[in-house]
Design a protein around this ligand. Structure first.
Ligand SMILES: NC(=O)c1ccc[n+]([C@@H]2O[C@H](COP(=O)([O-])OP(=O)(O)OC[C@H]3O[C@@H](n4cnc5c(N)ncnc54)[C@H](OP(=O)(O)O)[C@@H]3O)[C@@H](O)[C@H]2O)c1
Length: 319
């Protein structure tokens, strides 16, 4: 009899734990179970102007794969980059693969966004004849020669370039294109920002990770701003990415936790409209982010420091 209250307490505790774990698993799985809403943005104007998507950093890696996936889903695509011959090659390949789609190239170096603010007026002018419904802010990364290096080896330009490319340029581009997205009647429009799991703070890419943290918070704030403004047809989503291969700096064979750019591009489009403003679109990366979210700080920091130091050493050997 004396044991009964203890047994009851244990049972209640067990039931509550089971409910908590079940709710947690449902919450984790939900974004992966909802069907993609990307077709919502494939709408034409009354005058039958077809939908266009603009992808920044479309000349390589995830951006090129996203452009391919969007074209396969019926979108015409504006390919942004900074290297005209490289962009031309990608445009030619896409046009050959999707002869019924239209493609257009847009050259603008993101690192010039502060010194040459007119670039945004120019970008708007160059897409003003298009019915733009999707903007994917994918261009990003670390300046040449800075990956896996400590901050004290960065030049002044390395620092401003990192922040411009990953934070300032997307902010200014979204600011410039918001008025034209979705068409004159404010039809459904989508803004995606591409972030990184390094946004929780990561050694040897500290400025890059911090810029991605900015981008995530910016997207969250912007999503709420659109609600306040009653612009409910505009969706803003931030996609947090882990390590990817098949990109400019890696051609390793893909693995579960290091998928290729096409897998990640498909995952990004699959999570559109999943109900989360910020989401880890690829399931393998989502499992990794669970570790980052729930491991004790000292365990997580130790793993990150060891992993990044190893990558730095491998990188140095490669150099
Ligand atoms: N790959 C990863 O492991 C990983 C992990 C987490 C997050 N991400 C994020 O995913 C996004 C795509 O990365 P990725 O790996 O696909 O990179 P990538 O293969 O290096 O491609 C980057 C794209 O951005 C363009 N770009 C770079 N600097 C630019 C500048 N200053 N102005 C205009 N365009 C510029 C590149 O143009 P060029 O072709 O001329 O270089 C290229 O088209 C980035 O935002 C990155 O931070 C990637």
């Amino acid at each position: 009899m004396a044991n009964l209250p203890f047994a009851t307490t244990l049972t209640v505790f067990g039931i509550l734990t089971a409910i908590t774990i079940t709710l947690f698993l449902i919450d984790f799985a939900l974004p992966f179970l909802r069907p993609s809403k990307i077709v919502r943005y494939l709408h034409s104007t009354a005058s039958k102007q077809p939908a266009w998507a603009l992808v920044t950093g479309a000349s390589d890696g995830i951006g090129r794969a996203l452009s391919h996936e969007l074209a396969s889903r019926g979108f015409n695509v504006v390919l942004h980059g900074r290297n005209p011959p490289k962009l031309e090659r990608v445009q030619r390949d896409l046009q050959a693969a999707f002869p019924r789609r239209d493609f257009r190239s847009l050259v603008a170096d993101a690192t010039h966004c502060i010194t040459a603010p007119d670039m945004f007026r120019d970008i708007v002018a160059r897409v003003s004849d298009l019915h733009l419904t999707v903007l994917i802010n994918n261009a990003g990364g670390t300046p040449p020669g800075t990956a896996f290096k400590a901050l004290d080896s960065y030049s002044h330009k390395d620092i401003t370039d990192t922040i411009s490319l990953n934070a300032t340029f997307p902010t200014m581009l979204i600011n410039a294109l918001l008025p034209v997205l979705g068409g004159r009647n404010g039809g459904p429009a989508l803004v995606v920002t591409v972030g990184s799991l390094s946004d929780g703070g990561m050694p040897l890419v500290a400025a890059y990770g911090a810029s991605k943290a900015y981008l995530m918070m910016f997207a969250k704030g912007l999503a709420m701003e659109t609600h306040i403004a009653g612009r409910n047809e505009l969706t803003v989503q931030h996609m947090r990415i882990g390590t990817v291969t098949g990109v400019s700096h890696s051609d390793k064979p893909p693995t579960t936790f290091e998928p290729d750019a096409s897998t990640v591009a498909r995952a990004i489009l699959a999570r559109v409209g999943c109900g989360r403003t910020s989401v880890v679109p690829y399931w393998g990366h989502a499992l990794q982010s669970l570790f980052a979210d729930y491991a004790p700080r000292w365990v997580k920091d130790r793993v990150l420091e060891d992993t990044m130091a190893k990558l730095r050493d491998e990188n140095l050997k490669g150099e």
